[in-house]
Design a protein around this ligand. Structure first.
Ligand SMILES: Cc1cc2nc3c(=O)[nH]c(=O)nc-3n(C[C@H](O)[C@H](O)[C@H](O)COP(=O)(O)OP(=O)(O)OC[C@H]3O[C@@H](n4cnc5c(N)ncnc54)[C@H](O)[C@@H]3O)c2cc1C
Length: 430
């Protein structure tokens, strides 16, 4: 049975970041993904400047466009454009970004096995779930091809990871297997999530699409329960999508058609139409147990207001690698330090974002008016996206008004939940 210091399940941005950092610091790492790479993932592929700053990797080889401006509209009504002097967001495609990040992890020394699915996990003698195995593809080894632990002196009970193709021992297991991952359940962790969903597709650039759509992202606000519609320009196509709370999933398809119609794209030309979950972690929900830690979407670390997940995927992958190194070196008893780090450094941002989301969706027009007419508001938004300010800075800036923010956000949430409870039987009966 091959043994590694760390097995990372899932080679999205969170898993590849954790695997690369661990390998760079001398750990033997096995990075697994159930899909063959390059693989696509339902995603707008927008990487904000704040996200791009986290992984210490030059993303330029996979950036198709750099965006300086946004075209806003309210419920598909009149639109207005705002621009900023510096870049706000990079546009990529996940098939390119994720393959590139996995290559970086392999170049740092991680063994990358794509097409290999984790089926069960056994830690401290407790078995996890089982799923049926698919066929065996090729493995891609990192340059070191290490299959022995680099920290053999540490007396840690290994985790046994059973995959479609083998059995591995790992001192640390990082669950980076996304919104529908198996590691959380297999390892006895049951994080609590609120559920959002999103649907997206691609419209090829053709002569009838106005040239300036290559410069702006389109954001339509206020028309979806808890979410928004977007148009993101890529090298050869526009990515159009819509996101909302899960209970409003049935609205996504017609809303996407309306979004395309409003901006003059033919919805029947949408290609690769795909939907996926966006799990939103509730505060203090468990994401680490013994030598196992969940990162990225597997831990529900998505910004509720923007639906942005790549930023937190990078950030949590980094925190998991830091804490795994401490654990492997014998400086900590388990991965609980990772959860503490997430709770201290990432979760406060997500909690404020969640409150702002409730407030914003209670009455979107005033916020959109601010975005249009207030230079200060727009600049704050730009600084936030660029990572120069945080949601916590916003709360500090508003001072005592933060109490009002918390109060009105709670009221807005209660009103929304009451509305949903009243409407759900009608929706189900329809
Ligand atoms: C429609 C949509 C649009 C979005 N747009 C944006 C955007 O523009 N910008 C942004 O920042 N965020 C966006 N997000 C969120 C973003 O896609 C996620 O937050 C991000 O992908 C999380 O990265 P991850 O590494 O945690 O998980 P993922 O990227 O989901 O990667 C998980 C990996 O685990 C693998 N896996 C699953 N199960 C197993 C198993 N049993 N064994 C081995 N491997 C397994 C999967 O194949 C996958 O490769 C969007 C989400 C959706 C649904």
């Amino acid at each position: 049975m091959a043994a590694y210091d760390a097995v990372v399940a899932g080679a999205g941005p969170s898993g590849s970041t954790a695997a690369r950092l661990l390998a760079e610091r001398g750990a033997s790492v096995l990075l697994l993904d159930r899909q063959r790479f390059p693989r696509d993932k339902p995603c707008g592929g927008g990487v904000t400047l704040r996200a791009a700053a986290v992984p210490d990797v030059d993303l330029s080889p996979v950036i198709e466009r750099t965006i300086y401006g946004a075209r806003f509209s309210l419920r598909l009504g009149e639109s207005f454009d705002r621009t900023y002097a510096k870049p706000l967001t990079y546009m990529t495609q996940r098939c390119r970004l994720d393959a590139y990040l996995a290559e970086q992890a392999a170049a740092a020394g991680a063994c990358f096995h794509d097409g290999e699915s984790v089926h069960s996990v056994q830690a401290n003698g407790r078995a996890g779930i089982q799923t049926p195995p698919p066929a065996r593809p090729e493995a891609i080894e990192g340059p070191s091809g290490k299959t022995t632990p680099s920290f053999p002196g540490t007396s840690r009970t290994p985790v046994t990871v059973r995959t479609s193709h083998g059995i591995y021992n790992a001192r640390v297991l990082i669950g980076a297997d996304g919104a529908n991952g198996v590691i959380a359940r297999a390892s006895g962790l049951s994080p609590h999530f609120e559920e959002a969903v999103a649907l997206e597709g691609n419209v090829p650039f053709t002569a009838d699409i106005p040239e300036d759509w290559r410069e702006y992202v389109g954001i339509d606000l206020g028309g979806l329960a808890g979410g928004y519609g977007w148009v993101f320009p890529k090298g050869e196509h526009l990515n159009a999508g819509v996101g909302a709370w899960k209970y409003a999933a049935f609205t996504l398809r017609p809303k996407l058609t309306d979004l395309c119609r409003r901006y003059g794209f033919d919805a029947s030309r949408l290609e690769n139409l795909r939907g996926h979950h966006l799990p939103l972690r509730t505060a203090r929900s468990p994401i680490a147990r013994g030598p196992i830690a969940l990162v990225g979407d597997a831990a529900g670390l998505i910004d509720p207001l923007s639906g942005e997940g790549i930023h937190m995927a990078f950030a949590s992958g980094r925190l998991a690698a830091d804490n795994a190194m401490r654990y492997l070196a014998g400086d900590s008893e388990n991965m609980a330090g990772y959860q503490r780090a997430v709770d201290a450094k990432l979760q406060p941002e997500l909690d404020i974002s969640r409150r702002l989301q409730e407030l914003f969706h209670f009455a979107p027009p005033p916020y959109l008016a601010l975005m249009r007419h207030s230079e200060k508001f727009w600049l704050f938004f730009c600084h936030l996206i660029r990572g120069e300010l945080t949601y916590l800075d916003f709360v500090r800036m508003i001072g005592p008004l933060r109490l009002a923010l918390a109060f009105f956000a709670a009221v807005a949430q209660r009103k929304r939940e009451a509305r949903v409870t009243a409407l759900l039987p009608l929706v189900r009966g329809a």
